[in-house]
Design a protein around this ligand. Structure first.
Ligand SMILES: Nc1ncnc2c1ncn2[C@@H]1O[C@H](COP(=O)(O)OP(=O)(O)OP(=O)(O)O)[C@@H](O)[C@H]1O
Ligand SMILES: [Mg+2]
Length: 461
């Protein structure tokens, strides 16, 4: 049977009043002094009133504790108030509120943790601003991409990223709520190119429904598209280069063939024309073969047929192949002392191609009577370093790193005259890298060049 708190209070008051009257009656009967009787009655009633009020106020105290701390223990069944009155109901309500609040807090912190994990794991840079356009946060990726070391909170993006276009886009999104997308090249990121998407954060779904959508901030996402841009540029350059390289021989062949077709040419002239056509057709064939070779090496299916090859034997074979070209140009090609114990792990055919291309260059870019020397030395029992040294025209310093690019020629006219396509060194680089080696060159213009490449040494030897 539960009693309402109001009734409890009423009964207590009546009870205390009755006791007071009882004490007063008793004392005034014995003592015959009103003042003393009143005093003694009050003295006796005080501890009683204190004990009762203490008992009544205990639930309040417990609720105060519960509400102020939301101590989990207070929600345990044994701590639950069971006074059976309004206080019990109030206590239950507070307890429910507490549970709900705790659940909500747990949910929010879980969501915040998820969000933080996502932001941390993102490759893309993220920047969030409030409605005034001031930075709320940037993620780790953006810090790394833009090398940000300063505290960014509450600052304007312009101060941190120093780009007016980004600042203008964020402002526009905050005003209109419409998303913006654009490309950005930032010097602060070392010239990286980003695709930036800026979207507004509506204040809340309900307000949005009412048609009064307010923007309370914006998020800018930075995708690093530098590699994509580079690849696009390389592809465009490659297509332009190939077309250009093919056009010259094709135009020549076409022109000469048309003149031949018109007839009325002496046999001797016609023969010369056919020779020109043949030369350009050979050039076309070489370009196409070189390109096919490059695409073969670059393809995913490309596999080297690795075998252990004695270096002495390999160089001997290569010298045999290029003997004709060397003799024609009267260039002396000779190997330095090569220990017979040197054995490499390589694909014989492709490695011969590397030597052929390098020796072909050494002979081609050397004057008549030039000297070319091949050497091989073992480095740290790990790799064998080959070098091909000539005393030819040499290569200017600024071209040394570029000569391995496709179609790159120091002197285009001279190379073409010598039948070159500018693909030889590019093929060399790809083959050497496929073997796990490196290739580089040193040169002194007018004095000669040295081309180096490495190949792993055979562990079986
Ligand atoms: N030994 C060398 N001495 C001087 N210049 C060289 C030497 N080797 C290469 N070069 C320069 O590097 C450029 C690129 O060489 P690469 O072998 O790739 O092309 P190429 O010889 O012109 O044509 P290809 O080898 O395709 O017939 C050459 O055009 C030349 O200018
Ligand atoms: Mg070459």
């Amino acid at each position: 049977m539960s009693l309402r708190f109001q009734w409890k209070l009423t009964f207590v008051l009546v009870f205390i009043s009755l006791f007071f009257l009882l004490f007063y009656g008793l004392f005034s009967h014995i003592l015959n002094s009103t003042f003393l009787s009143l005093f003694l009655s009050l003295l006796l009633i005080f501890p009683l009133a204190y004990a009762i009020s203490n008992f009544l106020s205990r639930p309040f105290l417990r609720m105060v504790q519960t509400a102020s701390g939301f101590v989990p223990d207070l929600f345990k069944a044994e701590n639950r108030l069971s006074s059976g009155d309004e206080l019990e109901r109030l206590s239950k309500t507070i307890e429910q509120m507490g549970t709900q609040l705790r659940n909500r807090i747990d949910e929010i912190s879980k969501e915040r943790d998820y969000l933080q994990t996502v932001l941390k794991g993102m490759m893309e840079g993220v920047l969030m601003v409030d409605e005034r356009g001031r930075i709320l946060m940037v993620n780790e990726a953006l810090r790394t991409l833009l090398s940000l070391s300063v505290d960014v909170a509450d600052r304007m993006p312009l101060e941190i990223i120093r780009n007016a276009e980004l600042e203008a886009a964020i402002r526009k999104v905050l005003q209109s709520g419409e998303s913006e997308a654009f490309e950005l090249t930032l010097p602060s990121s070392g010239g990286k190119t980003f695709e930036v998407n800026v979207v507004g954060i509506p204040s809340s779904a309900e307000e949005g429904d009412k048609g009064s959508e307010r923007i309370k901030g914006a998020i800018a996402v930075f995708h690093d598209i530098t590699r994509l841009k580079d690849l696009e540029r390389v592809r465009q350059d490659f297509v332009a280069n190939v077309s250009h390289e093919l056009r010259t021989p094709l135009t020549t062949i076409k022109g000469y063939a048309e003149t031949l077709l018109e007839g009325a040419l002496g046999e001797e002239v016609a023969h010369r024309f056919v020779q020109v056509i043949k030369r350009h057709a050979d050039r076309l064939t070489k370009i196409v073969e070189d390109l096919l070779m490059l695409s073969r090496i670059e393809s995913k299916e490309f596999r080297l047929k690795i075998e252990a090859i004695p270096v002495q034997e390999l160089i001997h074979d290569v010298l045999d192949y290029i003997k004709g070209a060397a003799e024609k140009k009267r260039v002396a090609v000779s190997p330095a002392e090569i220990p017979p114990s040197l054995i490499i792990e390589a694909d014989r055919n492709y490695l011969e191609q590397v030597f052929t291309n390098l020796l072909d260059n050494a002979i081609k870019y050397s004057p008549e009577g030039g000297v070319v020397r091949i050497s091989a030395i073992e480095r740290d029992q790990e790799e064998i370093e080959f070098s091909i040294k000539d005393n030819g025209i040499g290569i200017p310093k600024e071209d040394l790193t570029r000569i391995f690019e496709r179609f790159y020629r120091v002197d285009k006219g001279r190379s073409q005259e010598l039948g070159g396509t500018g693909l030889g060194l590019s093929i060399v680089k790809h083959i050497v890298q496929a073997h796990g080696g490196r290739v580089w060159a040193e040169s002194q213009p007018g004095e000669g060049s040295i081309f180096y490449f490495t190949v792993p040494v055979s562990k079986k030897s």
